[in-house]
Design a protein around this ligand. Structure first.
Ligand code: PLP
Length: 539
């Protein structure tokens, strides 16, 4: 058996592997390994280590090359004029500063941000779904002010919280029928923790299944559900009893559940994998997951932290398939972009006395967050969900535009995909490796994606984000209020930047990192180059 097949077979039998340096640590359920398999494993151990290393490398974030670069520089002091960069996020800021992304925005309104110099930027990240109405939405500020004007107690544990009760009622009204309870928390990661606790307590079983490359947060429980070793490594995650199956594959799910009957309490899944690079499952996946979970008496948890509340052109993404999970997690958009809040909706079968008695959190259900949640639902449901329908329409418009870009840059763009305002463009940079000049070096050094993002920001004033888990993917998630004009601005910026890349104009990509006058920069940008022109020829 080839090492990859052997590894897959061992995993199918519930054996979990992790790398410790060049050695493998593995945990095997009792009786899962036959003497023949053990012999094959011993014979192929080094090849399996290589397989696992390759997986980790594939799973590495786009910043890993830069990380290695930082490590090779040693402990030198990071000098940066901004206190946030020096004191709060020195490592990330050091990386961002290398590619000109250590930018300081001083004002935000709607879909736009402004820097200290007064430059205006279209934000097509919107905090990965956390800013449904863009920056500083009036209606959400008014909700916050009403808490103050009415002198509401923000939190008062062991008492009945009016605003949280109202938000729970409203959430249950707008969500698919079947949910009965709402547990509040303060973030998406906490919502995952709540879901894990709910399901374990309700089923009295430890096992949590989720998907490879799925993202559910970075606290240790949610990190264990997150299916990425590059996020987990170094933190001694995954914790025990967490396993992963391929996304979109219900056969693998059923196989894992058959292998360990009565072990798993829940299967946690995103309707669309966001952090993985906007990965859509095959049609009908959620319905099949529902069916498999029912068959194996396992609770189905749908993580709608990113997809929920209008992002995909429906209020909840599971509505695309009319699926009602046992547990649904929400966060990000629920706070209207101003206040952190999370909420977990669950059906009666997922709620237990054990959980109800022993779970709490100091600021859960606070009045400020709940008022923002109510105002957010008000905005989303007004005029028969006008804003959500707008996202569906503009999302299709954006996708058509991206498809046109794919046609224009067929060699460079491998795929465009998405739903509503959750879209992605995936590149194939290998085609640039035959160019002369600097471009192949930027590809080899894993710098091209970051320079593209930097070019979009500085030259075209459009802010997008590379995917951390899939290094050739740009995520496009504008605020829900963005219209066709904003889509056009984004599409035009993408087109111009890709022309720059396809032309081999590496100088234009790095020009933002050099102290040049606007005229000099414009000259480099507009230099007529061919794919065989080196940087020296256009400088
Ligand atoms: N679940 C999903 C699907 C997410 O996309 C995220 C964050 O990106 C989380 C959970 C974690 O949310 P938070 O960053 O609020 O902890």
């Amino acid at each position: 058996m080839k090492p990859a097949s052997l590894l897959a077979e061992l995993r199918n039998r519930g054996i979990r592997f992790s790398l410790r340096g060049d050695d493998i640590i593995y945990r095997a359920p009792k009786g899962s390994v036959t003497p023949e398999l053990l012999a094959s494993f011993k014979a192929e151990k080094q090849a399996i280590v290589q397989e696992l290393l390759a997986e980790v490398n594939m799973d590495e974030s786009g910043f890993d090359h830069l990380t290695r670069m930082l490590q090779s520089e040693g402990e030198s002091e990071f000098r940066h004029p901004h206190s946030y960069a020096r004191l709060v996020e020195p490592i990330k800021s050091k990386l961002l500063s290398r590619v000109g992304l250590d930018i300081n925005f001083v004002r935000g309104e709607g879909c736009y941000l402004w820097d200290v110099a007064g430059n205006q930027f279209l934000d097509c990240i919107a905090q990965y779904g956390g800013l449904p109405f863009g920056y500083n939405p009036d209606s959400i500020w008014q909700a916050l002010q009403s808490v103050r004007i009415n002198q509401l107690p923000n939190v008062a544990t062991q008492s009945l919280l009016d605003t949280a009760g109202q938000l729970a009622e409203r959430l249950l009204q707008v969500a698919p029928a079947g949910f009965k309870h709402v547990i509040f928390c303060n973030s998406g990661a906490e919502a995952t923790e709540v879901a894990i606790k709910l399901c374990r307590a309700a089923k009295n079983r430890p096992g949590i299944l989720s998907t490879r490359k799925g993202f559910h947060g970075l606290t240790t429980g949610s990190l264990s559900a997150t299916g990425s070793e590059s996020f987990q490594n170094g933190f001694f995650a995954r914790c025990d009893d967490f396993e992963h199956v391929p996304f979109g594959n219900t056969q693998a799910l059923a196989k894992a559940l058959t292998r360990s009957p009565q072990h798993f309490a829940a299967f946690i899944v995103e309707p669309i994998q966001g952090e993985a690079g906007i990965v859509l499952p095959p049609a009908g996946y959620l319905s099949r997951v529902r069916e498999v979970c029912d068959r194996f008496d396992v609770l189905m948890v749908v993580d709608e932290v990113q997809t929920g509340l209008g992002r995909t052109g429906r209020l909840f993404a599971c509505q695309h398939e009319n699926v009602v999970p046992d547990v649904m997690t929400l966060a990000k958009a629920l706070g209207g972009g101003l206040v952190p809040v999370g909420a977990v909706l669950c059906q009666p079968d997922a709620y237990s006395i054990r959980f109800g008695l022993r779970h709490s959190s100091t600021f859960a259900g606070n009045a400020l967050a709940s008022a923002c949640g109510l105002a957010t639902l008000g905005e989303l449901t007004a005029e028969n969900e006008k804003l959500v329908r707008h996202v569906a329409e503009c999302g299709s418009y954006l996708l058509h535009g991206l498809q046109a870009i794919q046609l224009q840059f067929g060699r460079l763009v491998r795929e465009v995909r998405g739903c509503g305002y959750m879209q992605a463009i995936e590149f194939d940079f290998d085609v640039l490796k035959s160019q002369r000049g600097l471009m192949p070096v930027l590809v080899d050094q894993d710098l091209l994606m970051h320079l593209i993002v930097s070019h979009l920001l500085h030259t075209h004033h459009v802010r997008v984000a590379p995917s951390f888990m899939s290094r050739d993917v740009i995520r496009l998630e504008p605020p829900l209020i963005a219209g066709k004009a904003e889509c056009d601005q984004l599409l035009s910026a993408l087109t111009q930047t890709l022309e720059t890349v396809e032309n081999g104009n590496a100088a234009a990509l790095v020009a933002n990192l050099i102290d040049l006058s606007a005229d000099e920069r414009a000259r480099i940008e507009s230099a007529r180059v061919t794919s065989n022109t080196s940087v020296r020829e256009i400088a």
